[in-house]
Write a protein that binds this ligand. Sequence first.
Ligand SMILES: O=C[C@H](O)[C@H](O)[C@H](O)COP(=O)(O)O
Length: 227
Amino acid sequence: MKSENGRDDAKRRAGESAAELIEDGMVIGLGTGSTAAHAIQAIGRAVSEGMDVYGIPTSFQSRALAREVGIPLVTLDDALPDIAIDGADQVADGALVKGGGGAHAREKVVDAHAARFICVVDETKLADVLNHPIPLEVLPSAVSAVEDSLRERGGEPTLRAAERKDGPVITDNGNPVLDCDFGTIEDPDVLAASLSVIPGIVEHGIFAAMADEIHAGFSDRVDIRSV
Ligand SMILES: O=C[C@H](O)[C@H](O)[C@H](O)COP(=O)(O)O
């Protein structure tokens, strides 16, 4: 088992590797989570050294960090991202599961509209086949109905509970999250299509055929894979 420090070093390597792709004048989609945070910090350092870029945050967390490190912010109304840098909970064959922090709905909008999407992970996220539970942001009134639809599709949903609050996790958009275990996911595209048509699901955490590059941090290197 890797130590948490060792794992954070691997995340930092991946985040900083992606941040090296940033060029003057770019609009950058700023992903959410502990790995994307390393990229945001590296971009903040570049800004403090005079680089002229703008960020589009994907969550309250990435907005707060970007402000802290001095990255000027814009919205999708102002410009589409030249590049987005975002983490993932699992990666297999270029397909991602995202939403461990409940940010996948906004992330998907920003990442999908970026000219180039770079996914940053540490080596523990790499898998041969996806088997991570799929996060689903759901309208509050639709939770029971969506749970039934998921069970009909062979899933086992669990309402995500907050650790330091009574009741469920509520996303930045004001909705609860279901984590749905589908076991081994042989065809992420097929599952994604089947989840997309369930009324009440705001967004699911399968990002299939979206990433252009995976930057995977190891203890001693970063592997960069084009997808
Ligand atoms: O909702 C959260 C996001 O999809 C994150 O990018 C994902 O959970 C990975 O986060 P971390 O880099 O902290 O493992």
